[in-house]
Design a binder for this molecule. Structure first.
Ligand SMILES: [Zn+2]
Length: 392
């Protein structure tokens, strides 16, 4: 498959909007990776674009792209909630901040991209997301590689055949909010689209925006490599990092030491269980030995037990909606595939669990605040006091 396949879809006639979206995707992918677009990335983008076009979701992507582009153009921080982060197209268009591909190395200088990370790190890789990979030098140009990838399947956003309608929930800082609403109204008046786009004014993004001004450091310039992340987390006062959406700080169970740690703890703390008396509880159940911090963990574990993508997705979706305990056939299938009993019990007790995309975007925003807190403590303390007066 070549890069130009991104712009094709069988012999079917493309709508002007689909053509525009494919062209945008092609141009931005070219800008990031150069002419030699890595095969895995070209395949993923082509797959996503085909699913999106087939289900008439081009409009929702286009509108979300226009809104987030405005934020980027004006250097206003934003954060896209929900499972949109599972889409590579959303990442390429700049709608989200997290790369959903499997862990890989990417060179900002020459575009060299390598998914075969074993050849640099050997068989034992401790990292659970690309940003936590040891810093390493690109053999092509001698510049330092950037680790990327959160390993999130597109199904988590689109469903198995694109049956889920896209849902983009964009939170941003107050200053730009009214302009975004105007852009939204102008575009959506002239555009027929299925999907949901929600704009929210976020106090936490306002705090991040204030820190950009106070520090003169753009949130986009904050380093995302293992060493920088470890240094910030090791010295961080986690108790003064506000939790998105809540007028309180996030309480970490254990001190997080990597970006994946933050995402994982967010995942477990956002999982709810149902007990024998039908009470919904959080954090009441011992964690299973196999990972289950988010929907994507469950999907990957089921795949590793030999389930097809379709079945793994179907069962994950059942767990996500807290319904596995009602579906005996699925439980039986899990048993037959030798999924450990304690894991099955854990899954059946889940009332709700979040997609990794949500947690990964959360984690990046929290880490950026931690970075500001550490490098500009005085300014951060002052802004945090202001922030606490915001109404929720
Ligand atoms: Zn390079």
């Amino acid at each position: 498959m070549g890069a130009s396949d991104i712009r094709r879809r069988g012999r079917k006639e493309q709508s002007p909007l689909e053509k525009e979206l494919r062209k945008l995707c092609f141009d931005l992918t070219f800008e990031r990776y150069g002419m030699d677009i890595p095969r895995q990335i070209a395949e993923r983008l082509k797959y996503e674009l085909d699913v999106i076009a087939r289900n008439d979701h081009c409009g929702a992507y286009y509108l979300a792209y226009k809104l987030t582009s405005e934020c980027r153009k004006r250097s206003v921080p934003f954060y896209t909630r929900g499972n949109a982060g599972s889409s590579m197209l959303a990442f390429i268009l700049g709608i989200t901040h997290v790369d959903p591909m499997p862990m890989h190395l990417y060179c900002l200088m020459c575009g060299n991209t390598d998914f075969n990370i074993g050849k640099y790190y050997g068989k034992k890789i401790n990292a659970r997301c690309g940003a936590d990979l040891e810093n390493i030098i690109c053999p092509e140009c001698g510049y330092e590689f950037t680790g990327d990838g959160y390993n999130m399947p597109f199904e988590m956003f689109s469903g198995i055949n694109g049956e889920e309608t896209p849902n983009f929930c964009i939170e941003t800082a107050g200053d730009i909010f009214h302009d975004l609403c105007r852009i939204y109204a102008d575009i959506s008046d002239n555009l027929d689209f299925t999907g949901k786009i929600v704009l929210l004014n976020s106090p936490v993004m306002s705090l991040m925006n204030a820190m950009q001004y106070d520090s003169s450091v753009s949130e986009r310039c904050i380093p995302f490599d293992k060493e920088s992340i470890f240094e910030v987390l090791d010295n961080c006062d986690c108790k003064s990092i506000p939790y998105l959406h809540y007028p309180k700080c996030f309480e970490f169970e254990n001190k997080p030491l990597s970006l994946a740690d933050i995402a994982e703890q967010l995942g477990y703390s956002n999982t709810y269980f149902i007990d024998d008396n039908n009470n919904v509880k959080n954090k009441s159940i011992p964690l299973p030995k196999l990972p289950a911090a988010d929907c994507d963990d469950i999907f990957h574990i089921l795949m590793s037990y030999g389930f097809s993508r379709e079945t793994a997705y179907r069962i994950t979706n059942t767990v996500k909606h807290g319904k596995l305990r009602f579906i005996r056939d699925d439980i039986e299938e899990l048993r037959k595939a030798d999924v450990p009993k304690e894991y099955i019990n854990y899954l059946t007790s889940i009332r709700s669990i979040r997609p990794r995309a949500d947690m990964a975007e959360f984690a990046c925003a929290l880490y950026k605040l931690m970075w500001y807190q550490q490098h500009f403590p005085k300014e951060y303390g002052r802004e945090l006091k202001e922030y606490k007066h915001f109404t929720f």
